[in-house]
Design a protein around this ligand. Structure first.
Ligand SMILES: [Zn+2]
Length: 435
């Protein structure tokens, strides 16, 4: 019996997991959408906890084994069970590497996969366990691929223990393991005699990719982030014919690179360190000019592109200053976000802008609420809603040839830190795109 595995089959175990995860993620997503009311609650507490944990704990890694040893173990096992995370390619690559390295000459093999089983997860595991028992009678080695394997470890242990000659290798990575071995990515960890975990992607990235996947947001592969970043920068520069040289020594990191990130954090002033950790916990992106380092807090391509546009503004000589008075330079910050959003639309034209109602709400808050009563979080909400709204309108007008790219090019060279100039520029453009 061979069940073939369509790489992105949308059924069975995946549907089950989707359903479970959707409940959690729908809330996060809903919060993200309500920019005005809930801008900062878009990050789930578990993600914040995970980020803090991954950042603050020294390596506790024990039980790491070499690839070679792991392959030997695979070769001497009669049952090899993989768990994998379907929304991310890296798991597949790891699995394929292992399969390629296995000694197929002297054994009869069978490969089982759950992708075409349209069953709830618990039933599916039972079916697979039965299939394994049957296959083990006929074949020397059974390789089985199951989705969220860590949900079913016990079932497999039971199934395997029935066959005395069988040893088992498991590839699974429950989130707890990442907290236990935070600094050891990627590596193979021996959990117990028969279980192994390949640590390739941390749970934050997994969550993000899953969220992107469910809601059809284009995401980028964190493994190739530098190439994707460079392409985005180049595309935006070309779009506006900006004669800016890109930085060759720039490093682009994601929350998959906590270890490298820690090195940069250690180098900046203590006050900035807390600020940076705050950003990371809120899954925000930022640029550290002194370190020539970009950190991307999410896996959304639109976020990457927005950060690229922010950096381009900086390279034009007039980037956002560090100490910002939200109230004093409100419109300068709005303009920064408008250009950021506009840049991201060039890379991801489908990116959604704030709704008219959100923009109207933001304006109402600005006119009716005394600025001393607006919290930092609310200032950020207001800046982003108005900035993104303006960015969307600019993009629309460029597309309809009502605004020339040359005019926008000039905006990149205006110093938005100059409050009076920023206010005047904002009023001008605001009137133009909304009239
Ligand atoms: Zn931004």
């Amino acid at each position: 019996m061979i069940l073939s595995s369509p790489r992105h089959g949308r059924n069975g175990c995946r549907a089950y997991m989707d359903k479970c995860l959707q409940t959690v993620f729908r809330k996060i997503y809903r919060d993200n959408q309500k920019l005005i009311l809930n801008y900062s609650s878009g990050t789930s507490p578990s993600v914040i906890r995970a980020a803090n944990h991954l950042m603050s704990h020294p390596s506790t890694s024990r039980g790491v084994i070499s690839n070679k040893k792991f392959i030997t173990k695979c070769n001497s096992s009669s049952l090899v069970v993989f768990g994998h995370f379907r929304t991310f390619d890296k798991s597949y690559r790891v699995m394929m590497d292992i399969l390629n390295a296995m000694d197929v000459k002297n054994k009869s093999y069978i490969f089982l996969t759950d992708a075409s089983l349209r069953l709830p997860f618990d039933k599916k595991i039972k079916v697979i366990c039965r299939a394994i028992s049957q296959a083990l009678v006929k074949y020397d080695c059974v390789i089985c691929s199951v989705g969220e394997l860590y949900l079913a470890t016990n079932e497999f242990k039971k199934c395997v223990s029935k066959n005395k000659n069988t040893s088992m290798v498991i590839y699974h990575n429950p989130p707890e393991l990442y907290f236990k071995y935070p600094r050891a990515l990627p590596a193979i960890h021996q959990i117990d005699r028969h279980s192994f975990a390949i640590m390739d992607t941390n749970p934050i990235i997994k969550q993000q990719l899953h969220l992107d996947f469910i809601y059809g947001e284009p995401s980028f592969d964190p493994d190739n982030v530098l190439t994707i970043w460079k392409n985005a920068v180049r595309t935006i520069l070309r779009y506006f014919s900006l004669p800016i040289k890109t930085q060759s020594s720039l490093r682009v990191l994601t929350c998959n690179d906590f270890r490298a990130m820690q090195t940069y954090i250690d180098r900046v002033a203590l006050a900035d360190q807390t600020d940076i950790l705050d950003h990371i916990a809120r899954q925000e992106s930022f640029y550290i000019p002194s370190e020539k380092c970009v950190y991307l807090g999410s896996t959304r391509l639109s976020d990457l592109a927005e950060e690229a546009a922010h950096m381009i503004k900086y390279l034009c000589g007039v980037g956002k200053k560090d100490e910002i008075d939200f109230k004093k330079n409100f419109y300068g910050l709005v303009l920064h976000e408008a250009l950021g959003f506009l840049g991201s639309k060039i890379i991801v034209p489908t990116r959604k802008a704030p709704m008219k109602k959100d923009i109207a709400d933001a304006r109402r808050v600005l006119t009716n609420v005394p600025s001393a009563k607006i919290s930092k979080t609310d200032w950020l909400k207001l800046i982003h809603v108005l900035g993104y709204g303006l960015g969307e309108a600019l993009y629309r007008d460029i597309r309809h040839k009502r605004i020339s790219k040359k005019e926008i090019k000039k905006l990149f060279y205006i110093d938005f830190n100059d409050e009076i100039l920023a206010k005047r520029t904002y009023d001008q453009w605001n009137q133009r795109v909304y009239s």
